[in-house]
Design a protein around this ligand. Structure first.
Ligand code: UGA
Length: 429
């Protein structure tokens, strides 16, 4: 099948090459010429394990093309995917300007019955909106489908190729057939529904996962007060198959380009419809407080932060990515420096991005122990597995005060304590 994917962000740049891997002829389109030129040479602009191989294979087999011209790419396309960004507006609603612009261009360049697939995370009703925009520019037949994506950064290729489910929202039999044909190589549960339900499945899924995280963070905060250990509590809860063990990791809360944006957007959608989504509002509030709470712990332990130096391990919003968007670690660094502390930060791969964002106020290092030099205490803010292997005896010798604040409950407290360091986690005794 000839497929076009518009947008080479995380979603488009994973979906396109993966469709090519199944033998489809795929053209990935972006208005960013520099990015397209790099991609043509096989250079991958994001850090995503395994993606370079899939792209290299697609280019080699001539199944994967990159272009800045949607018009040319669309000529033989059976399906055109919209995978552009939907950032948050100031009021929390999703900004649909990029989706609208692509829909308009699709409308202007349609020449045959094509399936237009929305893969961007969009509010319920966007399928209809895209249909209206295309209709203004094209009078022939076409289908608009919602096909939300559930991949995670850091495991995007695997998540795309081995998903728990594929959700397809359609309004015609033809569109259903094209979509099921395209996803035929993937062995996963296929849920076919109407466009609005598919759009809502995406928001509801992200909001529910965010709720799980805020819930376990609240439990953690109570655990600290009653002498329970949230890690054991999560283990005990997660063993119930109705609850499940995933997304029950307590810490400094969720970040990233998706959860904060989508939870806010769903809250806004509810508000626009005159519905007060109380639970979701609390999820957001708890998440914001959790970062503050972590900084408070450091401040309380040290008495004050003015003039203190904190070695911060991790700036990415989670492990296995160099993405800093809505990173809790970045927020924490800003709070620490705002309260007069000096920050010496280390991250295995996100340092360059962090330098751009955090500027001169923070010192960055390419080695964890160098970042610890001259620091009073150590704070773990991203769940990079390599931090588990830190040499705590060495850290004890370097740090001025014997404290490790584990904002991700990543470390083994017993191992830390053996070195003489004091361990302060989240919701752990
Ligand atoms: C999330 C969803 O998991 C994907 O299914 C979805 O496709 C994606 O958003 C999207 O909408 O595009 P992602 O943002 O890549 O994926 O990251 P996650 O792995 O879900 O983590 C989100 C945040 O929650 C991170 O800051 C992570 O550290 C935090 N988290 C996660 C916790 O604090 N505790 C947990 O137990 C799990």
């Amino acid at each position: 099948m000839n497929v076009v994917v518009v947008g080479t962000g995380y979603v488009g740049l994973v979906a396109g090459p993966c469709f090519a891997k199944f033998g489809n002829k795929v053209t990935c389109v972006d208005i960013d010429k520099k990015k397209i030129d790099r991609l043509k040479k096989g250079e991958v602009p994001i850090y995503e394990p395994g993606l370079d191989d899939v792209i290299a294979q697609g280019i080699k087999e001539n199944n994967l093309l990159f272009s800045t011209s949607l018009k040319n790419a669309m000529k033989d396309a059976a399906a055109v995917f919209i995978a552009v960004g939907t950032p948050s507006r100031k009021d929390g609603r999703a900004d649909l300007q990029y989706v609208d612009a692509v829909a308009e261009e699709i409308g202007k360049n349609l020449i045959r019955h094509t399936v237009i697939v929305n893969k961007s995370t969009v509010p319920v009703g966007t399928g209809k909106r895209v249909t209206e925009i295309i209709k203004k520019n094209y009078k022939g037949k076409f289908d608009v489908v919602s096909n939300p994506e559930f991949l995670r950064e850091g495991s995007a290729v695997k998540d795309f190729l081995e998903p728990d489910r594929i959700v397809v929202g359609v309004s015609s039999k033809r569109a259903k057939e094209v979509m099921l044909d395209l996803y035929e190589p993937i062995d996963a549960k296929k849920i076919v529904t109407n466009v609005e339900s598919a759009e809502m499945i995406k928001y509801a899924s992200n909001a529910f996962l965010a709720t799980k995280i805020s819930f376990i963070n609240e439990i953690a905060n109570i655990c600290e007060r009653v002498g329970a250990d949230v890690e054991m509590v999560a283990l005990g809860m997660g063993a119930d198959s109705r609850i499940g063990p995933k997304f029950l990791k307590a810490g400094i809360g969720y970040g990233g380009s998706c959860f904060p944006k989508d939870v806010n957007a769903l809250n806004q959608i509810a508000g626009t419809e005159g519905y007060d989504f109380k639970l979701l509002k609390s999820v957001i509030e708890v998440n914001n407080k959790q970062r503050l709470y972590f900084v408070d712990k450091i401040e309380e332990t040290l008495g004050h932060l003015k003039g203190k130096t904190i070695a911060v391990m991790g700036v990415a919003f989670k492990a296995n990515t160099d993405d800093l968007r809505e990173s809790a670690a970045v927020d924490i660094i800003r709070m620490l420096t705002g309260l007069g502390a000096k920050v010496r930060a280390y991250d295995p791969i996100a340092i360059d991005n962090a330098k751009d964002q955090l500027g001169n106020g923070v010192k960055f290092f390419d080695d964890a122990y160098k970042a610890m030099e001259g620091a009073d205490v150590l704070a773990i803010t991203t769940e990079w597995p390599e931090f588990i292997e830190l040499n705590f005896d060495k850290a004890k010798k370097i740090l001025k005060e014997p404290y490790i604040f584990d904002g991700r409950n990543l470390l083994d407290p017993k191992k830390v304590k053996k070195s003489g360091l004091k361990y302060i986690g989240t919701g752990r005794r």
